[in-house]
Design a protein around this ligand. Structure first.
Ligand SMILES: [Zn+2]
Length: 1011
């Protein structure tokens, strides 16, 4: 720090006292300013020159970002990174991004950095705060004020007015959630510097009236991997002497290796630039197989905030309560600003749906005024799901904002351009669609087996995402071909201009933002008092572990839950002491309703961007009662910080221990915790020491260490009895199998959710790829191979490798690729050698478990006898993952140990539709009920098409009479949501070689016609 700078800092501190006073007595003038520069301020000439050069058309910039002030003592990004933001062939590693923000914070009192946690790969997660000296000095007070507004119960009207008048809005910006969308994290560094240094009236207004906070990179693990991939690919192309030429074409030869679903880049075949998607798009057409540790693009679909980086950000939210969270993405030409189109969730305040277009339209108007083409709103994303990361804001009475900006590629001066991407953007070209294996997005793989965003055109009026005739929600049309040569700097220019404009509007109406935040919260509390249902009760029930999970997921969202101090009666039922009570007259009462109620989809003609139904009680197979009786608000409860399911052991016998299978997912955790301890599984129900033990219960016999068993029972919340005599029930060995999870190199996302779930329940596994499979001898290492939903049909399996191999391997120069597996060439399928290895695995007595689209692997490759999965839904069918009714046909079967009801809710994923021949009828364990009455939550259009279609099929001797194939057409492990279905898979693992213990009873019929 220089002497000169110290002097100036002192000067700021003197000024500060005055501005605090000023803020307290006068409201800011609500008048837009037009001056975007301070003529007295020195601008950095090098910056202006570079930016002009990298901006591929004069209209791809604005007067807000075509200059950057030079201030002695305050480092601009180039001073730390060595390049200006948007420089060709440059992307910044996370450590350098942090280095920049830390240097900035060290140089000015206007910036503070707060550590909020660690990523999966141990990177520091931070929030960067930026505002005026006075606002930063007053940060704690302002934060406290926002916390009071976020829960205004007990405040007088006068206090509310005072808080509205004296609290600055916090505007939180999030970059790099989708780490393959590399632009936002670059742009935010320049934005931070500009907000600190610029003295234009526009920036002064923002700095004085808004507190900006920034998540520099929401998924820093994925960031580093993408930056590695980017540099590695650049380097490979240079050494191949074919930079630019090779990549465009190679995508076509990459076979099944690159699915559009995974590669907001690989999937953008329309863009002629070699890496129109930023980092993800290179690599000869095969996409980087991993972003973060587990779930790739789905980190924005993590409704329960299960992933550590998402959880850290949510936990931060509840310390700061920013009324606005703005999530920055890349996928559409040229900039889309979210305005919350239909379907709009009825639990979100109508004020939100007026604020969103207010902001979006202002940005659209300003950017249009600056002459920037391709800016639009409305025609893309809706306001239905509460499951995005930014939803944390609107779920809690704030505002989620969102952009999709077109990714930047290298500037290509003089490039002819070709066709603009706008003509076909939107539905096809972007990467922000929910990804699911087998849906064939990007023109690969099998046609959609229904569900998701199948082949239909988007419903009106959502448009095609840009570049078409004038519509009320668009500014200037994109000149023909212009979008094809859109540089990284253009991307920064657009996004930064938009963000500055959103901040400008906030600075013009700071009190309005705060007032609305207050009003939406107050409305939520009032709604709970006035509108039934007034609450929800989760009664004491047989398996309390899933209850505890559900309660704790509500607690993650800071929904208040109480435990009833004594039994109580309402007109909706009588409940014992210890039942969990959620009263709706709380700040997040509407969120509780949204998560717990049935989703009534408002219009089957409207498409939605993500899930249509998520009802938590149905998803976790937990009894949740809606309470219309207002007396619920007066029930005496003890606040719950965290729910714990207490395990209990009755009896005091010494003849062993029986552990009841009441449907807890922790049964498998218990088994693997004690994996070296021999135990049995009861084939039938039995009674011992006053407890009814269902089939599937564990029996541990002496001389096992019973203290250890007891400790595990208690830890996992299970119910057990110390037996006075060994039970006489038939049983089989509970061999804890050696498990592998098979994944292709593309479409790793759904596999990631399964890996995450197995890790959570302590199920050990190896993650294997075609490389391991082709080596053969699978049964030497594994008893069960789980194939989560992925494109593993015959075409994918036999897809030839690309002409140019795409390695994914550790390399001293690129430390972050080659994690979670390595390959000399991630393109191409496992081929005949792989198929043969699976056949030999079954031959040797192994069990193969397939889910979702992966059922096509055994059905198309001769391992599933009479079962096929070739049928498809019609083009009318549309089912954005509702929850639907299933009928369990074989409750006696080990797959359904712990389940008690013939009807159960399941998450509808995307098919496929299975058909089972006569000889295998009795092997159908469960099927869809189908029809509109079978839709329990959310939307399924054409619900008759799934009627009686099998969900779960157990095929013994699927290949040459040996081994076993268990197929689930649903996705029984989906996004940490459907906890009620997990046990179908867990039971399969626990009984992998004993599935035949319960022959179907003669009366089991009706596997449903010839399906
Ligand atoms: Zn995205």
């Amino acid at each position: 720090m220089t002497v000169e700078h110290n002097v100036r800092r002192r000067g700021w501190r003197v000024a500060l006292g005055v501005s605090v006073l000023a803020a307290a007595v006068s409201l800011p003038a609500q008048q837009s300013v037009t001056e975007t520069r301070d003529p007295k301020q020195t601008q950095d000439e090098d910056f202006a020159k570079a930016v002009k050069e990298w901006t591929t058309q004069p209209y791809f910039t604005s007067p807000l970002v075509d200059h950057l002030p030079k201030v002695t003592g305050i480092p601009m990004p180039k001073d730390v990174l060595g390049y200006h933001i948007g420089a060709p062939a440059k992307l910044t590693y996370y450590a350098d991004i942090l280095k920049y923000y830390k240097a900035l914070a060290a140089a000015t009192p206007r910036v503070q950095i707060e550590t909020i946690g660690k990523s999966d790969e141990d990177r520091e997660l931070v929030v960067v705060w930026i505002s005026s000296d006075a606002n930063i000095k007053n940060l704690k007070q302002n934060r406290d004020n926002l916390a009071r507004i976020a829960d205004p119960r007990g405040l007088s009207d006068a206090e509310v007015k005072r808080l509205i008048a004296t609290t600055k809005p916090q505007y939180h910006l999030m970059g790099g959630l989708h780490s393959g969308e590399t632009g936002p994290s670059e742009m935010l560094m320049e934005l931070a510097y500009r907000l600190v240094t610029e003295t234009s009236p526009l920036i002064n207004g923002i700095r004085d009236n808004v507190i900006v906070s920034i998540t520099p990179v929401a998924d820093p693990d994925g960031r580093d991997r993408n930056v590695d991939w980017f540099y590695k690919t650049n380097q490979e192309m240079e050494s191949a002497g074919a930079a630019g030429a090779a990549a465009g074409g190679a995508g076509a030869t990459a076979g099944g290796a690159a699915t559009a679903a995974q590669a907001p880049g690989g999937g953008r075949g329309a863009a002629p630039a070699p890496e129109a998607a930023g980092a993800g798009g290179r690599g000869g057409g095969a996409a980087l197989p991993y972003w973060g540790k587990y779930v790739f693009h789905d980190n924005n679909r993590d409704i329960h905030l299960s992933q550590v980086s998402m959880r850290a950000l949510a936990d931060f939210y509840f310390t700061a309560f920013p009324p606005i969270m703005h999530d920055l993405h890349e996928s559409l030409p040229l900039l889309y600003t979210y305005s919350g189109g239909p379907p709009q969730n009825p639990n979100l305040d109508p004020i939100l749906f007026t604020e969103l277009p207010f902001f979006a339209n202002f940005e659209l108007a300003q950017m249009t005024k600056y002459g920037m083409p391709g800016v639009y709103t409305h025609g893309f994303m809706d306001g239905w799901s509460p499951g995005y990361l930014g939803s944390v804001a609107y779920n809690h009475n704030g505002m989620m904002r969102m952009y999709e900006t077109q990714s930047g590629s290298e500037p290509r001066p003089g490039a002819a351009g070709g066709r603009g991407r706008g003509a076909q953007g939107g539905e096809n070209a972007e990467g922000d669609q929910p990804a699911a294996a087998g849906r064939g997005r990007g023109g690969r793989g099998a046609p959609p087996a229904g569900g998701g965003r199948g082949p239909q055109p988007p419903a009106a009026p959502t448009g095609r995402g840009g570049g078409q005739d004038r519509e009320w929600y668009r500014g200037i049309a994109i000149p023909t071909g212009a979008a094809a040569n859109f540089s990284r700097r253009n991307n920064t220019n657009y996004m930064q201009t938009g963000v500055l404009t959103g901040l400008q509007l906030t600075s013009m109406f700071p009190n309005l933002v705060i007032e609305n935040f207050y009003k939406k919260t107050a409305n939520s509390i009032e709604a709970g008092k006035n509108d039934p249902p007034h609450g929800y009760v989760i009664p004491v029930q047989r398996d309390m572990t899933r209850v505890a999970t559900l309660v704790n997921l509500l607690r993650v969202q800071r929904i208040e839950v109480g435990e009833a101090k004594s039994g109580f009666k309402t007109s909706d039922g009588t409940f014992p002491a210890g039942s969990y009570v959620i009263k709706r007259d709380q700040p997040y009462g509407r969120l509780a309703k949204n998560l717990l109620e049935k989703q009534d989809y408002p219009d089957p003609n409207l498409r939605t961007y993500d899930d249509s139904g998520w009802t938590m009680g149905l998803a976790s197979l937990t009894d949740v009662k809606e309470i219309k009786d207002k007396t619920i608000l007066g029930v005496a409860t003890t606040p719950v910080k965290e729910a714990v399911a207490k395990g209990k052991v009755t009896g005091s016998g010494s003849a062993g221990m029986a552990v009841a299978h009441f449907g807890s997912n922790n049964m498998i955790a218990f088994r693997y915790r004690l994996k070296n301890l021999p135990m049995k599984v009861a084939d039938r129900a039995f009674k011992a020491d006053g407890i009814e033990f269902p089939a599937g219960s564990f029996i541990v016999a002496p001389p096992a260490d019973m203290a250890q068993v007891r400790a595990a029972v208690e830890e996992f919340g299970l119910t057990a009895a110390a037996l006075s005599a060994a039970p006489s029930v038939a049983s089989h060995d509970a061999d804890a199998p050696r498990v592998a999870i098979y994944t292709s190199w593309s479409g790793t996302q759904e596999i990631g959710w399964v890996r995450f779930t197995f890790d959570k329940f302590g199920i050990p596994f190896d993650l294997i790829y075609k490389e391991r499979v082709k080596k053969g001898n699978l049964k030497n290492d594994y008893d069960v191979i789980v194939m989560p939903t992925q494109n593993a049909n015959s075409a994918a399996v036999f897809a030839p490798p690309a002409a140019r191999p795409v390695p994914y391997k550790k390399d001293p120069r690129y430390k972050f690729v080659g994690m979670y597996g390595e390959s000399d060439d991630i393109t191409g399928g496992m081929g005949a050698a792989g198929v043969e290895a699976f056949q030999r695995f079954l031959d040797a007595g192994g069990t193969l478990v397939t889910m979702g689209a992966a059922v096509r692997f055994p059905t198309e490759l001769g391992m599933a006898r009479t079962v096929d999965a070739a049928a498809n839904t019609t083009s009318n069918f549309y089912a954005p993952r509702p929850i639907v009714q299933a009928e369990v046909l074989r409750l006696d079967h080990p797959v359904f140990y712990g389940y008690t009801e013939k009807l159960m809710p399941v998450k509808y994923f995307a098919g496929p539709l299975m058909t089972v021949g006569e000889p295998d009828r009795s092997n159908v364990l469960a099927r869809y009920v189908g029809g509109d009455d079978g839709v329990l939550s959310g939307l399924m259009r054409g619900a008759d098409e799934v009627r009686d279609r099998p969900i779960a099929v157990d095929v013994p001797g699927g290949y040459s009479g040996k081994g076993r194939v268990v197929m689930f057409a649903n996705n029984p492990i989906y996004r940490w949501q459907n906890h009620g279905e997990f046990n179908m898979v867990f039971n399969t693992l626990l009984n992998w070689n004993d599935m035949s213990v319960s022959a179907p009873t003669a009366s089991t019929t009706a596997a449903g016609g010839d399906r």
